[in-house]
Design a protein around this ligand. Structure first.
Ligand code: HEC
Length: 117
């Protein structure tokens, strides 16, 4: 299982415990997808394919964002948890919450993008 997969499972478990209280914490709360796309193109595209039609990521270990979005069961919340823990290949890489939420909003729009080749 990938690291994100583990986090997704623990996020689901936490959700079951918190129950109702966390219902508001869904994708609606995340930021501005347009700003997120710009931010990602600037800060993430060195390694990740940010846009769905870019093809493979420049860094072969970094999943294309369209694939991240289309990972089964992927939610904005799981991404938020993942991005709040340090990015494994970038130990000091911590996103400002606004930027993080914008990037998440953008990645979530890719769920509807055409399948990557
Ligand atoms: C220096 C290269 C690099 C940069 C810059 C980078 N990433 Fe990554 N990212 C990676 C690599 C490599 C992985 C795979 C690591 C792993 O799974 O252990 C990864 C994994 C991820 C994942 C998890 C995907 C999954 O399905 O497991 C997310 C989400 C992610 N990056 C988001 C971002 C965002 C958002 C940015 C910009 C703000 C960013 N990354 C910038 C290299 C990078």
């Amino acid at each position: 299982m990938t690291m994100l997969g583990k986090i997704m499972r623990s996020a689901v478990a936490a959700e079951a415990v918190v129950g109702f209280a966390s219902l508001s914490a869904n994708a609606q709360e995340f930021g501005d997808a347009k700003l997120g796309r710009e931010f990602a193109l600037k800060h993430c595209s060195e390694c990740h394919a940010v846009e769905p039609d870019t093809g493979s990521s420049p860094n072969p270990k970094a999943p294309e964002f369209v694939r991240v979005a289309k990972t089964s069961g992927m939610t904005g919340r799981a991404l938020a948890v993942w991005l709040d823990s340090s990015h494994p290949t970038m130990p000091n890489f911590v996103l400002h919450k606004d930027d993080r939420d914008d990037v998440i909003a953008y990645i979530m729009t890719l769920k509807k993008a055409p399948e990557p080749k």
